[in-house]
Every structure is written in C-alpha cells, then in structure tokens.
Design a protein around this ligand. Structure first.
Ligand code: NAD
Length: 346
C-alpha cells in the first residue's frame, strides 16, 4: 500500500503508523500542515473495511482540518487520528493511553481531541500519557452553543448576500435536526423573529421547538420540499444529493452538518439553481474556535471567543464576493481562499 499515492494524499507533512502489541492499538496519525500552528484534529475510533480505507479517511479529514482552521483565522494546522477498531477486542483505557504515548512522541506538533467513536473519558485516558490533548470534560464542555452562534451569524451573511436583507425577521427557515446545534440555532432565529419549520427523527425535539419557538413540525422527508428562504441542515452529511437537490425551494443552504454536499457536482447544481451555499466547514467552525479559546494561556474569555466566532459572518461575506469575482460556486472558491491563506501564512 503506497502512502504517497493513496487517495487523499495532499503533500501531508507527516503520516505516522502507531501500534502497540500489548493493547492491540493500531492507529494512523496524519499531520497535514503546521504552517499556521500545531495540527489539531479529533481521533476517530472506527471499524474500517481495510487499512487503505482508514488511510484515505485520515488523509482527507486532516486536510479538511487545515482548511477549516485557516478559514476560521486560527493559529492551528490540520491533523487527525484514526484508530482501527478491532472487532475482537474492546476499546480499553490502556489502548487510549497507548495512543496518548504515540501522540506525545510527536512533541506537540499534533493535538488530539475527541471525534466519532471517542469521548471525553477516552481523552482523559490519553491525557495520562500526553498533555497534547483537548476536549476534556474539565474544559468548556459542550461546543454546540458556540457552533450554533456561528451558524446564525453565517446565515446573516448568506441572507444579506443573496436576498439583500439585513434582518431575519419574518424569514422562513427549514431546520433539519433540532439536536444540540439545531436547538440553539432555532433559539437565535426565533429571538430574531424568523419563522421556523423543523424536523427530527426524535419527536421530543420537534415538540420542544414547537412549544418554545412556535416552530411548525414537518415530516422527515418533507423538509426538502418546504417553501422557505433558508434550508439549514443540522443533522446528517450528504443531504444535498441527487434525490434532494432539485426539490429544494429555498434561496440559501446554510447549516451546521459536516459534508453537506454528497459530491462537488451537487454544489455546482445548487449554484445553477440560484441557491447560495454557505460552505459547511466555514459556517460550522464556531465549536473549534471556542475550543482554541479554551486552550489559551490567559484563560477562557467568553466575549473574545464569541467575537471571534462572529467573524464567520465577515469571512463568508468575503468568500461570497470572491466566488462571484472568480465566477465559481462558493464550495470551489472556499478551497482557493483557504489555500491563499495558507500560502500567506496569515
Ligand atoms: P446531535 O446528534 O445533537 O443532533 C442531530 C439531530 O439530528 C438529532 O436530534 C437527531 O435525532 C437528528 N437526526 C438524525 N437523523 C435525522 C434525519 N434523518 N432527519 C432529521 N433529523 C435527524 O448533533 P449536533 O451536535 O447537534 O450536530 C449536528 C450536526 O452538526 C452534525 O452533522 C455534526 O457533525 C455537525 N457539527 C456539530 C458541531 C457541534 O459543535 N456539535 C460542530 C461542527 C459540526
């Protein structure tokens, strides 16, 4: 298996294969780029079909973190870890400690955090072997309110650009998923006078949004057909796909979910249909920005953190302008803009 020719390889600075016989640890740590600062990225614990799939995943995800940090104006680079879960062995505290030792050997060039399949408790085990870890229970806790705040500011940027409206009062927003982020997003939107349409596989979430924010409940699959101004995906990835992209009756797609476009061509299609897409990794960076502020030496300053998150609005304004000037959709312009920021080392 070649690393340099693997799918997802993009001149990564360092790719480390870590193993530990005693605990059964098999992990890949990818450091994509540290020009802006140490590479930060979560640790995914996952049953991959084979090593190649794990390698591709960690290469792509670490590159994504570089771009996300650059667009969020953070002094961080991009990295990621995947642990290849062994179906025959359980995830143990000792295995997480072994991972901590592997992270520690990188001397601070990479900072690990939780991700799919790992928890704050796992990070506490990692912490026993290295201080290069974030996302502990003792930290600021749930990043979702910060993420929701950033999405709300990002919706402002998109609505202003596409609909020339400064205020969200009377705006119709269809929210898919009223979990951690979706709920707080609904609160911001409701406080500003927006009209909400919500769906979720959990009836209690929908009922709460209806009760607290006067939201109109919508059946799961009908959310794509709601006539609204904004569609805010806050549940799953790949929801803009062949089955849904022609159905949307909105002017803007802007939500927190990761990897909203099933493929790039779905972003092209949104643009052809006149629907403005706010790239997910820009608009959903509030949680990451908050984590970085929690790590600051002088202690966490909420006002400073939220002011930084609020800059997502300005970044999106800049991005939409660039997309228009370059004559490309925002999902293409964003990679160019992140690339420029990296080269500038800014
Ligand atoms: P969550 O699990 O709390 O909320 C997701 C909600 O979506 C749940 O209420 C779930 O019941 C619902 N859901 C699941 N499948 C659905 C479906 N088919 N249709 C409608 N609803 C469905 O997760 P979250 O923390 O709110 O994150 C939401 C999204 O935002 C995820 O894609 C996540 O990766 C992304 N994100 C979250 C953060 C954060 O700070 N939490 C940061 C960046 C990105």
């Amino acid at each position: 298996m070649s690393v340099f020719e693997a799918d997802g390889f993009d001149d990564h600075e360092q790719v480390v294969f870590a193993s530990d016989a005693a605990t059964g640890l098999k992990a890949i740590i990818a450091i994509h780029d540290t020009r802006r600062g140490p590479a930060l990225g979560g640790c995914r614990y996952w049953r991959y079909p084979d090593e190649r799939a794990a390698l591709t995943d960690v290469l792509r995800l670490s590159r994504g973190m570089t771009f996300k940090a650059a667009m969020a104006d953070l002094p961080l680079g991009g990295g990621k870890t995947v642990v290849l879960a062994d179906p025959a062995r359980a995830k143990t505290p000792e295995l997480m400690q072994a991972l901590g030792r592997a992270v520690d050997r990188l001397g601070g060039r990479y900072i690990v955090a939780e991700d799919v399949g790992t928890s704050p408790a796992d990070m506490a085990e990692v912490r026993k072997a290295t201080r290069h870890v974030s996302g502990l229970d003792s930290g600021g806790g749930d990043p979702s309110p910060a993420t929701a705040y950033g999405v709300w500011r990002g919706i402002h940027a998109a609505v202003n650009h596409r609909l020339r409206r400064n205020r969200l009062e009377g705006l119709r927003v269809a929210v898919q998923g009223v979990g951690h982020v979706g709920y707080h997003l609904c609160r911001h939107l409701h406080e500003e006078g927006a009209r909400l349409f919500v769906t979720d596989i959990r009836a209690d979430g929908v009922e709460r949004a209806a009760r607290e924010f006067g939201a109109t409940p919508v059946a799961l699959d009908d959310i794509y057909d709601v006539e609204a101004d904004v569609f805010a995906p806050c549940a799953l990835g790949a929801v803009i796909n062949d089955r849904t992209v022609e159905r949307l009756k909105v002017a803007v797609v802007a939500g927190s979910a990761n990897n909203q476009l099933a493929q790039d061509r779905h972003g092209d299609r949104l643009a052809e249909r006149g629907i403005l897409y706010a790239p997910d990794y820009v608009i959903n960076a509030g949680g990451l920005i908050n984590v970085q502020h929690e790590r600051m030496e002088g202690g966490y300053d909420r006002a400073a953190a939220y002011a930084h998150i609020g800059r997502i609005e300005r970044t999106l304004v800049e991005l939409f302008g660039r997309a228009e000037r370059d004559g490309v959709p925002p999902h293409i312009a964003v990679d160019r803009m992140a690339g420029d920021r990296l080269r500038a080392g800014a």
